[in-house]
Ligand binder design. Structure first.
Ligand SMILES: [Fe+2]
Length: 382
């Protein structure tokens, strides 16, 4: 368990304890993530988003397809299952020693994802697809914007705390990260996986049968036997990757299964978000700002993967017995730099051959390249 770091109270105060900043810097550099205790934000508020998303993802795919926005490279609305595929890390994944190697996966990610853009948008931008009009699913039009914006505002406050703590812990200029984030294409990005459907696909047995088999296991040993017989452990829901943003926020998910790796790739661990806390894992953008690979005391991207574990199956059984949907919904939120802002190492990190390793670009151009590589601009399969 990673020991959570306290954040200032009240949230707009700049009074942060010295030892919390030291621990922040240590977690950020060693783990590529930080766990922050943020008492002013009630995680229970996410329950509304989760319940909404369970209903949304529980629909037939044909009802979801109208929410796909290909022209905006799916940067708002739905990403359908079995579409996104990040080919950038395959070689590195297979080069790791066996005990650190991610679970193998071929092809695109099975998850669905909905992007809800929150916060103010720039009037003029070279990257309009990152700031497109929001998509409101028809069936939920009366509640969608209110629920999403309410959570977006809360998670955004948590993200600002993370940015302020980063500035202070790394002795950056006042508001260095917050200014970069101003009007960035921040997203509430809950993913959805219908676990019964995915387990059924792997077992080549009908979903109803799979549900009944799990529900009627007489104890934990029987569930484990079932899992091993059907090769369910390690079924990949989201393949091993890093995020191209500044950092990704996680509150509680309704199912465990998120795994994290240290940036040095010498440890892998299940990611747990303690009650009252938020976890922020740093992405490629923050690594770029600190020229992360050019020195020890800097921030590097954190790798992660989402898979079915025994804990996922235990939760699934409990939920089936309670009559709850078998749909894993993440509480992911993406924090980005402003699309039109320069993306280059901050002055204090410009050492060695930084210009070759981290050539100046813009957040928008960097993001557009990754979005292209991972296939989010692909047309909708019939
Ligand atoms: Fe990710």
């Amino acid at each position: 368990m990673i020991e959570p770091i306290n954040t200032p109270r009240p949230l707009d105060s700049d009074t942060i304890r010295r030892d919390d900043l030291v621990r922040f810097r240590q977690q950020a550099t060693e783990l590529g993530l930080v766990v922050l205790r943020i008492p002013g934000i009630d995680q229970g508020d996410y329950a509304l988003v989760r319940t909404l998303m369970e209903s949304y993802y529980g629909q037939e795919l044909s009802h979801l397809r109208p929410d796909i926005r290909v022209a905006d490279h799916r940067q708002v609305g739905l990403t359908e299952p079995h579409l996104e595929h990040d080919p950038r890390h395959k070689e590195l994944a297979t080069s790791l020693p066996e005990h650190l190697r991610p679970f193998p996966h071929k092809g695109p990610n099975p998850f669905m994802r909905f992007f809800w853009r929150y916060g103010s948008r720039p009037v003029d931008t070279d990257f309009p697809e990152r700031h497109a009009d929001p998509v409101i699913p028809k069936r939920f039009r009366n509640v969608w914007a209110t629920i999403m914006n309410d959570w977006g505002e809360k998670i955004s406050r948590a993200g600002i705390i993370c940015a302020r703590m980063t500035e202070k812990a790394f002795e950056l200029e006042n508001r260095a990260i917050q200014n970069i984030m101003h009007q960035g294409p921040h997203l509430v990005a809950p993913t959805g996986c219908d676990l019964i459907t995915l387990l059924a696909e792997r077992s080549q047995v009908g979903g109803g049968t799979i549900g009944m088999m799990i529900k009627t296991t007489k104890d934990d040993a029987a569930l484990q036997t079932l899992a091993w017989r059907h090769n369910w452990i390690g079924l990949v829901l989201s393949d091993w990757h890093t995020d191209f943003n500044l950092f990704t926020g996680h509150g509680p998910s309704n199912f465990p299964g998120l795994l994290g790796w240290t940036p040095a790739l010498d440890k892998a661990f299940p990611v747990r978000v303690p009650p009252g806390c938020f976890l922020f894992q740093f992405g490629e953008g923050m690594e770029y700002l600190s020229a992360g690979k050019l020195g020890e005391d800097r921030i590097r991207r954190g790798y992660h993967q989402v898979v079915v574990t025994m804990d996922t199956l235990r939760t699934l059984k409990q939920r089936l017995l309670l009559g709850l949907p078998p749909i894993r919904v993440s509480s992911t939120a993406f924090f980005h730099g402003n699309s039109d802002q320069r993306l280059a190492p901050l002055p204090q990190f410009r050492t060695g051959d930084w210009e070759r390793r981290y050539p100046p670009t813009t957040f928008g151009a960097y993001g557009a390249e990754v979005i292209k590589q991972i296939g989010l601009g692909a047309s909708v399969a019939s």
